[in-house]
Design a protein around this ligand. Structure first.
Ligand code: CP
Length: 304
């Protein structure tokens, strides 16, 4: 494999290889000098056509810690503003001979389009409501560090599954590695066909979380929803907010996850977001190690 476009087409061995490689980079991220020459001389372009804090910054941190030369292009300051197509933009970037392009875009399939027209490695940093592969990898890495395994765990995803690329990538990954994935949320937020991906559906969040090892709540993706999906935020929070009442039904050592950014008080209560069972900020830290591993495997070390 030359690109990382999604989790759907990775096999178990490839996923495990990335997670194992990320373990070795974890040690580098704890050193006083967090830099290795692994990707010295490699050119990486970050193209985020949608807002991002965690993914954009952690790719940049990962690239710099691996000594790559990194460059950023944004829609607002590029010639896309003058009417240039995305494909022409890609061809012009390719003419500068980068080794990799990291792309986040609101349109599902954009990374695949770029992979067709560019020679460099393409890494999907989130495309519409399709996939967010490095998020799923860092989530799996975080779960494995806490639970020691993924096989046989019950992992519950709560909230806006319909518009969530994080949910799709996580369902692909976690089911391939032997976890049981249950999704819960309002009927308007559970897409048809989700069971064909291997997830179970339990509309009642209290029933869903019974004996769960992991509770992961997802952001309401208002920017991707064309209709009103619930009456109001207070009504949503009453049933689906991740709160102590729900956590009480999970296993005593269950962990609390959120990919961010979070709408506090709507998807998750402050007491859980900031509580002792929350691994939300660990997810962010682990994102650097996982993205270093992906860059290393695609550009520097063994090919995926
Ligand atoms: N989890 C995630 O993708 O966050 P950002 O939008 O901040 O990158």
């Amino acid at each position: 494999m030359k690109h990382l476009l999604g989790i759907e087409h990775l096999n178990r061995d490839q996923i495990e290889q990335i997670l194992e490689t990320a373990e070795s980079f974890e040690e580098i991220n704890r050193r006083q000098v967090k830099k290795v020459p692994t990707l010295k001389g490699k050119t990486i372009i970050n193209f985020f056509a949608e807002p991002s804090t965690r993914t954009k910054m952690s790719f940049e941190v990962a690239e710099k810690r691996l000594s790559a030369d990194t460059y950023n292009i944004s829609v607002s300051t590029s010639a896309i503003q003058k009417g240039e197509t995305l494909a022409d933009t890609a061809l012009n970037l390719q003419a500068m001979q980068p080794d990799a392009l990291i792309i986040r875009h609101a349109v599902a399939g954009t990374p695949h389009l770029l992979a067709d027209v560019m020679d460099c490695a393409i890494i999907n940093a989130g495309d519409g409501f399709h996939e967010h592969p490095t998020q799923a990898l860092l989530d799996a890495f975080t779960i494995k560090r806490h639970k020691g395994r993924l096989d046989g765990l019950k992992i519950v995803l709560i909230g806006d599954i319909t518009h969530s690329r994080v949910a799709r990538s996580n369902i692909h990954l976690l089911t391939k590695l032997g976890s049981r994935v249950v999704v819960s949320g309002p009927a308007t937020m559970i897409p048809p066909g989700i069971t064909a991906m291997g997830a179970e559906v339990e509309p009642d969040p209290i029933k869903a979380v019974v004996d769960a090892d992991v509770l992961m709540t997802l952001r309401i993706q208002n920017e991707r929803a064309s209709n009103l999906l619930f009456p109001n935020a207070r009504e949503y929070a009453r049933f689906y907010s991740l709160r102590q009442e729900l956590l009480n039904y999970a296993k005593p050592d269950a962990i609390v996850m959120h990919p961010g950014p979070a709408n506090r008080g709507v998807e998750i209560e402050d007491s859980l977001m900031d509580g002792g069972r929350s691994v939300v900020l660990e997810q962010v830290s682990n994102g650097v190690s996982v993205r270093m591993a992906v860059l290393y495997l695609l550009l520097g070390g063994t090919q995926l």
